[in-house]
Design a protein around this ligand. Sequence first.
Ligand code: PLP
Length: 388
Amino acid sequence: MSRMADRIAEKVRRIKGSGIREFFDIAQRLEGAISLGVGEPDFITPWSIREACIFSLEKGYTSYTSNWGLLELREALSDAIYKESGVYYEPEGEILITTGVSEAFDLAVRTIVNPGDEVVLHEPSYVSYPSCTIFAGGTPVCVDTGVEDEFKLRADNLEERITERTKAIILSYPNNPTGAALSRKDLEEIADVVNEHDLLVISDEIYGRLTYEGTHTCFSSLNGMQERTILLNGFSKAYAMTGWRLGYAAGNKEIIEAMMKIHQYVMLCAPITAQMAALEALRCDEEVERMVSEYNRRRKLIVKGLRAIGLSCFEPKGAFYTFPSIKTTGLTSGEFAKRLLMEERVVVIPGSVFGACGEGFVRCAYAVSHHKIKEALERIGRFLERNR
Ligand code: PLP
């Protein structure tokens, strides 16, 4: 190891870079590549939202905001959460505006974790959870979920991994990368475990609006869960606003205030331009509905197409990902993704990136046009013909 590498903190050194970015970077350099790789809407942010941002700049809104975020935005969010899930959060003290769910998640774990505390999370799941938990000094404890359970976190499996060091659990449904969702009943069973073991919950509901079957249940709307839950959500996915970097955390006043203490020193506040745009976004229900129904059409197309070319594929219920099994090819998910990219120029993400139990699967995002999905399916079909 070089002397410089020696100086890097051990917990940073031992964490690998995100496996998603690696594929994204290769795909950008390959001409004609179709990317089912990155989890990002192909829609441009709706015009009225962009217009609100432009207008705010014209009016000269270029300053910091309160560390908490604009009060008007917190009030609008409080109303929106109440309307959607019946849970009321006080705009002053119970809602913190952050730079994306990414920051909100980081603040949440840093706020609640002491060195050695365990944080239980289900896998396959979003890549940031284990790493951020380690950065915060905690120990991630993974519960595998499998296709036989439709990638749902089962309460009994969760309970098996709880020890006296468990501080919190992370819930992430609708799920990236599997597209799984939990019913109210599934969530109630988890809530019983949370109650019994006196735990906190970080519930990342960034894909809540992108639910195609049934309705999304906000975890904090369950009996007794509001106090225990740090609810995370944001504008990246449902409003096609990934680049604006805006999210929020809502929860118990003492916890949100403690999160705010870190946020005020590290970030000061989320960008005012994005906050002004978000105020308009909350009035854009129709645009969101339009995008959601388009994702739903694509979901049906890709699932049918993957099955038709011989890949068994769990039917996703939310988000914009499919997670087909590639076990029949005999390739690892890493080999499959690399060879598919080099031979057919289609980007998919190896399932192993999302946890060891994701091996044998690949993530295909369907946040791309019908035309691209059809072309990608043809190319994958050709690849499979050669690798049966
Ligand atoms: N949470 C999940 C489950 C995600 O899939 C992503 C991005 O892919 C994020 C959080 C990051 O969200 P943001 O853009 O709000 O930081």
